[in-house]
Write a protein that binds this ligand. Structure first.
Ligand code: ZN
Length: 178
């Protein structure tokens, strides 16, 4: 939106920043749009969960709760609740390290995506919303914001977490329609 007006673009896709090639990626990973290595492919939570599961040699794909438990296993004496994660941690001493490695790469991909958007449109504010906010810690969010500033031409663009939870998109659409 610019000055309260929706800018639709020639194909109705203005402001869609999911399908540019992801910075530094040439893995040939197919995106739902038909192209390969789009930003969406390398920044989605689904991609992250799949990558971690594959790297751990699992037959199934871990869900968000399981990934979170694996990433935080052993911290603050937290007991792992999920049975599968418990099994993984016990049978593979490097499991957490492997998961963290994929996770940090994924956070880096997100930082690059935000930096490219910031450089392209020089916004005042960018808002992050969705289930990603349940996964990343406060400290990781701060690192992400710092990386975006370092890698972007636009140094002043602010990044905030949405306070509207997972319904942010729906609430925004309803407000526009009212
Ligand atoms: Zn795509």
């Amino acid at each position: 939106m610019v000055d309260g007006k929706i800018i639709e673009g020639t194909n109705g896709a203005s402001g869609e920043f999911g399908h540019q090639p992801a910075r530094g990626k040439s893995e040939g990973k197919l995106c739902g749009c038909g192209n390969k290595d789009c930003i969406e492919v390398h920044t989605s939570m689904s991609y992250l969960f799949k990558a971690i599961s594959e790297n751990l040699g699992l037959d199934c794909k871990l869900n968000g709760f399981q990934v979170k438990e694996l990433l935080r296993a052993g911290e603050e004496n937290k007991e792992v609740e999920d049975m599968l994660v418990k099994e993984i941690v016990q049978s593979n001493p490097n499991a957490k390290e492997i998961a963290l490695s994929r996770y940090n790469e994924w956070l880096d991909n997100i930082a690059n995506a935000f930096a490219d958007v910031a450089s392209g449109i020089d916004p005042k504010l960018m808002i992050m919303f969705g289930s990603i906010l349940h996964l990343i810690t406060e400290g990781e969010f701060e690192v992400l914001v710092r990386k975006v500033k370092e890698r972007s031409f636009s140094k002043k663009a602010e990044i905030r977490k949405s306070t509207l939870g997972s319904m942010a998109g729906a609430i925004g659409a309803a407000l526009l329609d009212s």
